[in-house]
Design a protein around this ligand. Structure first.
Ligand SMILES: Nc1nc2c([nH]c(=O)n2[C@@H]2O[C@H](COP(=O)(O)OP(=O)(O)OP(=O)(O)O)[C@@H](O)[C@H]2O)c(=O)[nH]1
Ligand SMILES: [Mg+2]
Length: 316
């Protein structure tokens, strides 16, 4: 497996740098995130700095692992170790004569990238924390009131409210969608694609039992989930991850990393096992199960997108 580092480089305007691969190279003519192959015995962080100096004439000063993607092309297999770079010295330019462009994240979809990049493109716009709401019953009933001071711009929110009837959930979802829209947060509906029609830019999170029940031929459009929506699944093992990928998931949760009070007796799989599943998933993976905010670093180190959870992931 060819080890490669690639960089999602942000400028202060929130744009991301992409470069066009020379025609004569593997996947030539397509756009890419700058980077390249590790040399023998080289550390990934060192390769990242070296490649960005060689290809763009910049030196990264602030960076961290984002996700790892393994992909099999017909002619070679690559392991792309993707880093997020938020600070650098120098002026980025195509130092090897290649065209480069700063692109707002929402417009990345207009460019053609190699097939291995599909999960990376999704990861580029996804957050590192995927917050799940507590059940209204557990916080005294008034979820909109509880959420209002805690919602942040750019936050992603899964509205889980198992104690509510289908009708009450629909009403609450409409109210919370309004709150999210007002502050630039995104709402993921829990197992209710039927409520998505009026909510472009928002999404739906389907449970592992829904995933199990969906036939292999299912396509997101069959349930009214458009390209303008996000589709997430709960998964617990390799088989569920594979199916979520085949059905076109944009992101998934993979749990439990640790045993949690909500699922007593279900042992955690631990970070090693979690990471070995996450890197091959082909889709950004969130760690779930006993997560604390500081675990985001571990999730990145093991190749995931970030962490998901209820308590502790909302800022008070
Ligand atoms: N840098 C980079 N490589 C990618 C991306 N996506 C992707 O599939 N790759 C593949 O990963 C491998 C990395 O190669 P590279 O050509 O950048 O390597 P390099 O900079 O060391 O160049 P070299 O060809 O001069 O040795 C290629 O097979 C390329 O097709 C991406 O977004 N960025
Ligand atoms: Mg390169």
């Amino acid at each position: 497996m060819l080890r490669v580092v690639a960089a999602i480089i942000h400028n202060p305007q929130g744009e991301i740098l992409i470069a066009r691969r020379p025609l004569h190279k593997h996947q030539g003519g397509l756009w890419e995130f700058p980077g390249g192959k590790l040399e023998d015995g080289e550390e990934a962080a060192h390769a990242l700095i070296r490649e960005l100096q060689e290809e763009l004439g910049i030196t990264p000063t602030s960076f961290r692992p984002l996700l790892i993607v393994e992909h099999h092309y017909p002619d070679k297999s690559v392991r792309l170790e993707v880093w997020r770079v938020t600070g650098f010295d120098g002026e980025a330019h195509g130092a090897e004569g290649q065209p480069v462009a700063w692109v707002p994240p929402a417009r990345l979809a207009e460019y053609d990238f190699p097939a291995a990049n599909t999960p990376i493109l999704k990861a580029a716009v996804l957050p590192e924390v995927y917050a799940i709401t507590p059940d209204p019953l557990d916080i005294g009933g008034d979820l909109p009131g509880w959420l209002t001071p805690r919602l942040r711009e750019g936050q992603w929110l899964l509205l889980r409210a198992r104690s509510l009837s289908a009708e009450s959930y629909a009403g609450l979802a409409a109210e919370i969608a309004g709150l999210c829209q007002a502050c630039g947060a995104r709402l993921m509906l829990h197992d209710r694609p039927d409520l998505l029609a009026q909510l472009p830019g928002h999404g739906v999170h389907l449970t592992a039992s829904t995933l199990k029940a969906l036939p292999e031929g299912w396509r997101r459009g069959d349930s009214g989930i458009g390209a303008e929506h996000y589709l997430s699944f709960s998964t617990h093992d390799q088989a569920e991850l594979d199916k979520a990928w085949r059905l076109g998931a944009d992101m998934v949760t993979l749990s439990p990393v640790r045993e949690t009070p909500s699922h007593p007796g279900m042992p955690g799989m631990g970070w090693e096992c979690w990471g070995s599943l996450a890197v091959g998933a082909g889709v950004p993976v969130y760690a779930l199960g006993g997560m604390r905010r500081e675990d985001v670093t571990l999730a990145h180190r093991y190749g995931g997108q970030g962490i998901a959870g209820i308590r502790g992931l909302f800022q008070d």
